[in-house]
Design a protein around this ligand. Structure first.
Ligand code: AMP
Ligand code: TRP
Length: 324
């Protein structure tokens, strides 16, 4: 059994890219050694509203449970409920260097153009390293944009082990299968993202009519053939999405729509997407009726996570020369 840790920020509304590109894989591969951490302490590195954060944290947990994460199998918990994360982050701060953090491209992107940048935003990757190393995770499923942070985590773990004695497992990043990237419906060369406008993003909490409208208005290319071709990025993305939600291959779909227009194609795609999201949305609505049940699951998850985290921290405290 592999120890696995995944982290996800409770910021922005979840969209179909999160579901198809990340959660489905998490759900399919969940085993008892899997830890899923909702990283609320990472979400406070940029300006935010506390009431909003609390609500989003519960809502994200609700979506993950609706998607099929089973708290009887894996451990779903909230970062701030396990204080060892910030404790270890401080210790790792004294191992990390300013130079290596200044090289992080996500920091450069996120801090660019801001009038004021928090120390927390700069230190964000060290907290992420703590998330991973506390659980001695062997595998960390991530999107490509997080590769540098997991590399840093490995460097910090190796440096700590070298300086203070063997303490941490070095984690391996794992990536989704090719084609698991869902593109924006309007800006067709960009990955669908919470930071882009709503028209191109299929939100899980949109109603079916909204999903349909967004798909019917999705950018297509000149011509009228439903074919995946390099000069037809819009249609190609829609074919990839259609394939992802139905299991059909792109050539099969090209055959099915040969001679038909974009209208028919998009209408059927909307039906397929809504069909896949319907049970997920229904389950989310059911679970939302009883938010206390969700927060109970999170509390239980934190208890289970803490068992592992405190064991690691005992070793860390010992190695660093702190009194018992
Ligand atoms: P984010 O919402 O960007 O923090 O991403 C959370 C998770 O969803 C990460 O594991 C991403 O790899 C995945 N993800 C985000 N956007 C997409 C997308 N457009 N297509 C596929 N996967 C995505
Ligand atoms: N930084 C990650 C992201 O933006 C979220 C994250 C925090 C994470 N801690 C983690 C991902 C630990 C994997 C492992 O997507």
């Amino acid at each position: 059994m592999h120890r696995v840790l995944s982290g996800i920020q409770p910021s922005g509304d979840p969209h179909i890219g999160n579901y198809l590109g990340a959660w489905l894989r998490w759900v399919g591969e969940q085993v008892p050694g899997h830890f899923f951490c909702i990283v609320d302490q990472h979400a406070i590195t940029v300006p935010y509203d506390p009431a909003d954060l609390r609500q989003r944290t519960v809502d994200l947990a609700t979506w993950l449970l609706a998607a099929g994460l089973d708290p009887e199998v894996c451990t779903l918990f909230v970062q701030s409920q396990v204080r060892e994360h910030t404790e270890l982050a401080w210790n790792l701060n004294c191992v990390a260097t300013m130079g290596e953090l200044a090289r992080m491209t996500q920091f450069k992107e996120k801090s660019e153009g801001r009038e004021s940048v928090s120390v927390g935003l700069f230190d964000y990757p060290v907290l992420q390293a703590a998330d991973i190393l506390l659980y001695q995770a062997e595998q960390v499923p991530i999107g490509a944009d997080q590769r540098q942070h997991v590399e840093l985590t490995r460097d910090l773990a190796a440096r700590f082990n070298h300086r203070f004695g063997d303490t941490f497992t070095l984690p391996q990043p794992t990536f989704p299968a090719v084609g698991a990237r869902v593109m924006d419906l309007q800006l067709v060369d960009k990955k669908m993202s919470k930071s882009l406008g709503p028209a191109g993003t299929l939100l899980l909490n949109d109603d079916e009519a909204t999903t349909r409208k967004k798909l019917l208005r999705a950018v297509t290319d000149s011509g009228s053939q439903v074919r995946a071709e390099p000069d037809k990025p819009g249609v190609t993305n829609l074919l990839d999405l259609f394939a992802a939600v139905t299991g059909a291959t792109v050539p099969e779909l090209e055959d099915r729509y040969s001679g038909k227009g974009y209208g028919d194609f998009k209408g059927d795609l909307a039906e397929a997407v809504n069909g896949v999201l319907r049970p997920l949305r229904e389950r989310h609505a059911e679970l939302s009726d009883d938010p206390e049940a969700v927060t109970d699951i999170l509390r239980l998850g934190a208890t289970r996570a803490r068992e592992v985290a405190t064991t690691t921290m005992q070793t860390v405290r010992e190695r660093l020369g702190f009194l018992r």
